[in-house]
Design a protein around this ligand. Structure first.
Ligand code: GLA
Length: 729
């Protein structure tokens, strides 16, 4: 039911009080001021419409207030909620537009808001702003997810000038903070070293986290951050804002601290080389900025985002997932039908659900026998697969497993028939030499013909082989040659149109194949964000599967993404025991990429048992609340646990990474249990040949109260050992 709430049409004289800083509201009690309040179960985001100048100011963001009206008496400094360039603010604006007559300013006045409630948990709010003189309307859309304590913000811009206007900057969100100090945890990396976390204090001036890579856009920076107010927050204490942008292209987070120590965070598409010509009456929608505020530290902030993601952000977030055997690291490009048939047998033997055939199965004129050729020619390679994919789908079915396939449909090798046939579909400068990344180029998704090609490549395959039960969608190159033959004089639309058109293709595919599991991959985790994840059931976290490295990588993702979305495979990277590798992979969506026939009898048995344990406990691991107990960034071990909603079952993972001479590890206090319940601790995934953690609490029963106040021994002084405990009421 759509309910229109008082749209107060404030036609007010804009004026600046003498001596007051432009862009800030007066701080005296003004009865004509009005509050616009967004609330979740525990958070308030409150705007104040100034009776003095008609502008919208952010008055509060934080822990829910018992009487928000107290804000009307507030004497804190307030900054414009969405300042236009040229409207008095001396700091970074949220939006910048040049009008038809060349005037580069935008002065946005509050015009009212509407709300609607799609269900009991969600409230949508649409706050309307428009310029005092020019016919430009900006709507701030806000969705409050009550029980998850998550707020989603995005912006829509429409104008009615005679000719197109150019928008140079178009933030999704602008948030203001007035704290004593600000600590920013950022997450960055590279291929095989995703999501490294660094936390630093912000100082006066601007800090920007961004990307300009276009595709594989998050290879160096993931669009996520955690901001702690008034000192570094812990897992269970401190005020924290965890934010993320749902956009798979160039993004930018800008953190600006002014002379009064006020912080503005602007989130959105990176304005770099992306000014957009907006036609009259056409709307420009920004991607969503999704955030949560926690007054009880980072742990709760992560749990809020996880719950939100499972319910709203990730495709089929509360559904089931398949365990898989992948052939990438075991065969690379070197396989044939017979080898693959053997791998189908191995999938069955291990007790896994699906065999995923990776790169190398396609192209004939320029066969895909390495990464130099063939991308774009999505026909089965006749030498490797004389009987086509159909044979493998059938064989899989006969053996009682499912079949999945790798594809990279947005890319092309110059050595391909596609390139020969459609050089105009490729992003490249008309008069410069092509620059390659992994010997490949990016197709021009701003071109509707290319959108059709990408759609029909995937749809064609699924139509021809309806038995395909899983897809891994890869994207290995960034845009090295940002020029589209199709866009002609609108080159600065490329980065934006590419992503929006990719989403349109995915949307169309999802209409036809709503539940097919698809793994999001981008040379590892080069495209992990909630813009893409609405179309994907899971993502490949990193090509680095060395379990020691993985503990850090998975730890990084765990701040923002639920474990059900994080694919972890047991491979032969790293020198750790099979048990250690298995325990690390089990923390999320477990899979395998190993030579099953090289496992000895004990290893095979251990793996089969571990897979059975995983099946039994996956509901807790995927959907339980995550508690990070001991951080690998702060100690020589890593310990975390998942607890189910009814607090009857938990799984604890403990890893010893290193140990100094004489170093001792104390007990680990558990979290999230019911103090009144009694729990039995049972070690699982025991591999007799791997060193056991000790001294074991396995087999003992304790109250939740004891476990949370005293804890268990979940550490051993032996480096590279691990233990998994099943904790049951
Ligand atoms: C990327 C992926 C890998 C694998 C290869 C295939 O690097 O991250 O998992 O699929 O491509 O070429």
């Amino acid at each position: 039911m759509k309910k229109l709430i008082i749209a107060s049409m404030l036609i007010l004289l804009a004026g600046t009080l003498a001596g007051q800083q432009p862009g800030t509201a007066s701080i005296s009690n003004r009865p004509q001021d009005q509050l616009v309040t967004v609330s979740t179960a525990n958070t308030h985001l409150i705007y104040r419409v100034s009776g003095r100048d008609g502008r919208l100011y952010q008055a509060y963001l934080g822990k829910k207030l018992s009487s928000p009206d107290a804000i009307l008496q507030s004497r804190t400094r307030e900054l414009q909620a969405y300042p236009g360039y040229g409207a008095g603010s001396l700091f970074e604006p949220a939006i910048r537009i040049t009008h038809n007559d060349g005037n580069p300013s935008l002065d946005l006045i509050y015009r009212g808001y509407t709300t609607d409630k799609p269900d009991a948990n969600r409230t949508n709010m649409h706050i309307m702003l428009s310029d005092t003189i020019y016919n430009v309307n900006v709507t701030l859309h806000i969705t409050a997810f009550s029980k998850e304590d998550v707020i989603e913000q995005w912006t829509e811009i429409v104008h009615n000038e005679a000719k197109p206007v150019t928008i140079f900057l178009y933030a999704s969100s602008m948030l203001n903070f007035d704290a004593g100090s600000y600590w920013l945890a950022q997450f960055h990396g590279d291929w095989a070293e995703e999501m490294k976390s660094v936390e630093t204090q912000l100082t006066s001036g601007i800090k920007i986290i961004d990307t300009k890579l276009g595709t594989r856009a998050h290879m160096y920076q993931t669009p996520v951050f955690m901001l702690s107010l008034n000192g570094k927050a812990g897992e269970n204490e401190g005020d924290v804002v965890a934010g993320t942008l749902g956009w798979s292209g160039n993004f930018q987070f800008m953190f600006e601290i002014d002379e009064l120590n006020t912080l503005r965070i602007r989130s959105g598409i990176n304005p770099f080389a992306s000014e957009y010509m907006l036609y009259p009456r056409k709307s420009f929608k920004t991607p969503s900025f999704i955030f949560t505020f926690s007054s009880t530290g980072k742990g709760a902030a992560s749990r809020n985002l996880h719950a939100w993601a499972r319910n709203y952000g990730l495709l089929d977030g509360n559904g089931q997932r398949m365990t898989l055997l992948n052939n990438w690291e075991t065969t690379y490009f070197d396989f044939n039908e017979q080898k693959l048939a053997g791998l189908l047998d191995d999938t069955k033997k291990m007790g896994l659900d699906v065999f995923l055939l990776d790169d190398g199965w396609f192209a004939n004129k320029y066969p895909r026998n390495n990464d130099m050729a063939g991308l774009g020619d999505w026909q089965e390679n006749k030498a490797k697969l004389p009987n086509g994919l159909g044979y493998l789908v059938k064989e899989a079915d006969a053996k009682g497993v499912k079949f999945g396939i790798w594809i990279e449909p947005e890319m092309v090798n110059p050595k391909s028939e596609l390139y020969e046939k459609h050089p105009e579909w490729v992003l490249k400068f008309p008069n410069r030499q092509e620059v390659y990344y992994r010997n490949q180029l990016v197709l021009d998704l701003s071109n509707p013909e290319v959108m059709d090609f990408v759609y029909s490549t995937v749809d064609g395959m699924l139509t021809k082989y309806p038995g395909i039960a899983f897809i891994k969608w890869d994207c290995n190159s960034m845009i090295m040659n940002p020029y589209s033959a199709y866009l002609k004089d609108r080159q600065s639309h490329l980065y934006v149109d590419y992503v929006n058109n990719l989403y349109s293709v995915l949307e169309k595919l999802r209409k036809k194949y709503p539940r097919l599991p698809v793994m999001l991959c981008s040379g590892g985790g080069g495209r992990v964000d909630y813009g893409a994840l609405k179309y994907f059931t899971e993502f490949w976290a990193s090509d680095n599967t060395d379990p020691l490295e993985r503990i850090y990588i998975q730890w990084g993702y765990s701040y923002f993404f639920p474990s059900v979305s994080v694919c972890n495979h047991i491979t032969s990277w790293g020198k750790q025991s099979l048990k250690f590798r298995t325990d690390v992979a089990m923390m999320g969506k477990m899979g395998y990429d190993i030579q099953v026939n090289e496992l000895n009898e004990k290893e095979l048995k251990f793996s089969q048992d571990a897979i059975a344990n995983y099946r039994r406990l996956s509901e807790v691991i995927w959907k339980g609340d995550l508690y990070r107990l001991v951080s690998p960034y702060e100690s020589d071990r890593a310990v975390l646990m998942y607890v189910n909603e009814s607090k009857t079952k938990a799984v604890l993972f403990a890893y010893t990474l290193n140990a100094r001479y004489g170093e001792t590890f104390g007990k680990v206090r558990l979290q999230g249990l019911d103090p009144a319940k009694t729990y039995r601790i049972q070690e699982i995934n025991i591999f007799s040949e791997a060193r056991r953690m000790g001294p074991p609490d396995s087999g003992r029963s304790y109250s939740g109260d004891y476990l949370m106040k005293i804890g268990i021994n979940a550490g051993s002084p032996t480096p590279l050992t691990s233990a998994v405990y099943e904790i049951s009421e």
